[in-house]
Design a protein around this ligand. Structure first.
Ligand SMILES: Cc1ncc(COP(=O)(O)O)c(C=O)c1O
Length: 441
């Protein structure tokens, strides 16, 4: 029986929107109906400059022909192949392409469908890896305050954004957190802040408290994005690497935002010259067009599982859509687009211009900090007393009316435009944001 359902754009009640003020949105919807390059098109016929690459994911810009065509062709050729005990060529090709793009030492790729799933996968691999090597007591996971690792139970347990955790019960046991790296003395730093490398030493305190032999992994975002762009102080990541290696603890970099050119290098691991044991990715892997994530590991981790009779499954983990053919085709076309158009290089070249432009907002009303790295920026506002988040949300709404998409977390405005941006578009972002800030209460 055909469903009696029509597209009814004025009935917004059924869709319970994620991470959204649903009632506010449904009173005054912000509907995007098209996109091209650096711009969104709205239902009311306006062009909105994308200052956020969607949700930090459309690094190559929107509706890029090569990616669109790859998806269309793949959908007509092989739409789906079972992910377990069967294969199809493009998943293998994409895994190899990722390995070739990743820092040396990241040689194996496990496909997922999102950043959250990549995080869960990496945490599970970490615990199972230690068990496979006869250290099954290493089950503790260490995250960081203000960290964001997606929304599944493992991710919110190691994550440190309070609103994402506090209403969901006891979460995973055996989790501890490093302090975040956001120090007031670093306000208005350009690039990596000077102060705070010592915060990595807190890991020694956690090790002393629990015993290194109980800790499986430390997971951090090399640059924390979703919590409002918190940058790693100089020397901090190096120190974390030293301490984890010394104690046999795996270091996982959550590169869901920093991967695929965001900082002007392929991955943050390249940018900072610090090699973790695993990297979690998603978002820019397919330019955000089709859900897909990937976990990259070293041979030491992968090979620990490749023991025992060959007919047995080595890792009891996977998703129906791991390495999905259409996602794999999108991923391959995306990596080609990044390379052919030199988009990571463009990000690196424009980073100093971006930095200069953003910091020109320093003296505007309510601005208490500006931070930048690669093509990421944050403008932090003083909260309205008694009404945190309200000022930044007002900025978000006004920017949208003025033709600019920004993102806000708390009272922090975060910016992360597609890497195809040019100087004139950077000026347009900063000019519009300046106007918005001048008009705020
Ligand atoms: C660092 C990090 N990890 C994980 C995630 C979760 O990704 P997803 O929303 O695709 O599950 C995000 C999303 O913003 C992220 O920034």
């Amino acid at each position: 029986m055909a469903l009696d359902r029509k597209p009814v754009p004025n009935d917004l009640s059924a869709f319970w929107m994620p991470f959204t003020a649903n009632r506010q949105f449904k009173k005054a919807p912000r509907m995007l109906v098209g996109a091209e390059g650096m711009f969104y098109h709205t239902a009311d016929g306006r062009e909105v400059l994308d200052g956020t690459a969607g949700l930090w994911c459309c690094n190559a810009g929107h509706c890029r022909p090569k990616i669109t065509q790859a998806i269309q062709a793949q959908a007509g050729e092989l739409d789906y192949a079972p992910a377990f005990q069967m294969g199809h060529p493009k998943a293998f090709e994409l895994a190899s392409a990722l390995r070739d793009m990743a820092p040396e030492g990241m040689e194996h790729v496990f496909f997922t469908n999102s950043g959250s799933e990549s995080v869960e996968t990496a945490l599970k691999i970490a615990i199972a890896y230690h068990r496979a090597r006869g250290e099954g007591q290493r089950t503790r996971l260490i995250g960081r305050e203000r960290g964001y690792h997606g929304v599944n139970f493992g991710g919110i347990s190691v994550g440190g954004i309070v609103n994402n955790r506090k209403v969901y019960g006891a979460l995973l046991t055996g989790v501890d957190h490093l302090p975040h790296t956001h120090l007031p003395e670093n306000a208005f730093s350009r690039g990596q802040p000077e102060h705070g490398a010592h915060l990595a030493d807190e890991l020694e305190r956690i090790v002393a408290l629990h015993g290194a032999e109980t800790i499986a992994a430390v997971i951090v975002e090399p640059m924390a994005g979703s919590t409002g762009v918190l940058l790693p102080p100089k020397g901090y990541l190096e120190r974390l690497r030293e301490i984890t290696a010394k104690h046999g603890i795996l270091l996982i970099f959550d590169e869901v935002i920093t991967g695929f050119g965001r900082l002007g290098a392929s991955f943050a691991a390249d940018y900072f010259g610090v090699l973790p044991d695993m990297m979690t990715t998603a978002k820019g892997l397919t330019n955000g067009v089709i859900p897909m994530g990937a976990v990259l590991t070293t041979p030491a981790i992968h090979d620990a599982f490749m023991e025992g009779p060959e007919h047995l499954i080595e890792l009891f983990h996977g998703y129906t859509y791991s390495g999905n053919p259409i996602a794999a085709a999108a991923g391959l076309a995306t990596l080609d687009t990044y390379r052919e158009e030199g988009l990571f290089e463009n990000a690196a070249t424009l980073a100093p211009y971006w930095e200069e432009a953003l910091h020109s907002l320093k003296d505007l009303p309510h601005v208490i900090d500006i931070r930048n790295m690669g093509l990421v920026g944050a403008v932090e506002l003083a909260p309205i007393p008694g009404a945190p988040t309200k000022r930044a949300f007002a900025a978000f709404l006004d920017a949208y009316e003025k033709g600019l998409m920004i993102r806000t977390t708390g009272d922090i405005i975060a910016l992360s435009p597609p890497l195809m941006i040019d100087k004139a578009q950077i000026d347009r972002i900063v000019d519009t944001l300046g106007e918005v800030l001048r008009g705020l209460d």
